[in-house]
Design a protein around this ligand. Structure first.
Ligand SMILES: [Zn+2]
Length: 373
């Protein structure tokens, strides 16, 4: 640094939106993992009642911190290891019902009016449950949660996404399960798990099956891996949305004078309005972004990509929709208009019927933001 220069610290933008306003703002969540959103107390109690002995501690406060710290390691592989414990305590019907009901209560308490919650049924069959029994238990839990929320005078709509794990070879079977349960609340399908070494093209038969059945699917792509993964998900597999998709920024160049150039893939994603299920805190934890301030969501929103904001794993990230909105507000200065835009983007991109999406936008989301303004 040359002599005599001074460094003026950049003051953080003072938060203008209160925590209460952020909580009351209607929110739509498209990317939330059931096994990533348990209450720490529930993990501890279920471990006790189901005889799961693998937890690092039974102290609830310490357990909550352990999940966040283990997930903070900066690698997607370590991040995924925390799921051994949550999945370990979710191997009975009672546990699945409880976890699903509590997830709905927690989302509604956070101001979420529509959520698509996802999980991989094949991870919950260690103690003999069938895939069908898993799906039915989770649907029963969601229904229980929705009715508890209604008893408190609030409302939430929940859709289910069934995931297949990239490293297993059951995608076609799980896709069949998603189609069989579509009239029971399953609205779509996803492929999750490590991207490295497991390209989505390994599961082309599942995507072909879903397309032939007019079923919806998203694919985790462009989180740990780059443009090739996004390109395959869209152009080979036919994904309607991208789980994360943040690495699309690698196809965007900014000149020194600020002029922005989109490559052909980035332009295609933007032109086709392909939704990006962006999970800011999770992306920082897995190293897909250096920090919230460096997260491409600022650029992607400015360029009007179909950006949506999501939690990914509320337990591992210690986050909620409100806390993600708060972080974006404080870091990028996004105001209520921007939060409403993210929310309507997400609602437009949901996998439920068009008329129901429109109804939620017109009767819940727009009036909800108007009441806050
Ligand atoms: Zn995810």
């Amino acid at each position: 640094m040359p002599d005599g220069s001074t460094v003026t610290p950049v003051a953080p933008v003072p938060p203008e939106l209160s925590a209460d306003t952020l909580r009351r703002a209607p929110k739509v969540l498209l990317h939330d993992h059931l096994d990533g959103g348990l209450r720490p107390g529930t993990v501890a109690e279920l471990a006790e009642s189901t005889g799961y002995t693998g937890l690092p501690t039974s102290d609830v406060g310490a357990l909550g911190r352990w999940f966040r710290e283990a997930a903070d390691s900066g690698s997607l592989v370590s991040y995924l290891e925390t799921f051994a414990h949550t999945c370990g305590v979710m191997q009975t019907e009672e546990a699945l019902v409880r976890v699903a009901a509590e997830a709905v209560e927690d989302l509604a308490a956070d101001g979420v009016v529509y959520a698509e919650v996802r999980y991989a049924p094949e991870l919950f069959v260690e103690r003999g449950l069938s895939l069908d029994a898993v799906v039915e238990a989770v649907q029963a839990g969601f229904a229980e949660g929705v009715s508890r929320v209604a008893e408190r005078g609030a409302a939430i709509r929940v859709g289910t996404l069934l995931c297949a794990m990239r490293q297993h070879a059951r995608a076609l079977e799980i896709a069949g399960l998603a189609v069989r349960y579509r009239d029971a609340g399953v609205v779509g399908f996803d492929i999750a798990g490590p991207e490295d070494g497991f390209p989505p093209t390994r599961n082309l038969d599942a995507f072909e099956f879903l397309r032939q059945n007019n079923a919806h699917f998203t694919i985790h792509a462009g989180e740990a891996f780059g443009l090739a993964s996004i390109w395959e998900a869209i152009q080979h597999c036919g994904a309607e949305r991208l789980g994360h998709g943040v690495r699309i920024v690698d196809d965007i160049k900014t000149d020194a004078d600020g002029t922005v150039h989109l490559g052909r893939l980035a332009a295609y994603v933007r032109d086709r309005r392909i939704p990006l299920e962006i999970c800011p805190t999770s992306n920082v934890q897995t190293g897909a972004a250096g920090s919230i301030a460096e997260h491409p969501i600022g650029l992607l929103a400015r360029l009007r990509f179909r950006v949506t904001v999501n939690t990914d794993n509320r337990l591992m990230s210690g986050c909620s929709m409100s806390s993600e909105f708060a972080a974006l507000h404080e870091t990028f200065g996004f105001g209520l208009d921007d939060l409403r835009w993210f929310t309507i983007n997400a609602m437009k991109s949901a996998f439920i019927d068009f008329d129901e999406r429109l109804r939620l936008i017109d009767t819940v989301i727009k009036p909800g933001y108007a009441a806050l303004a």
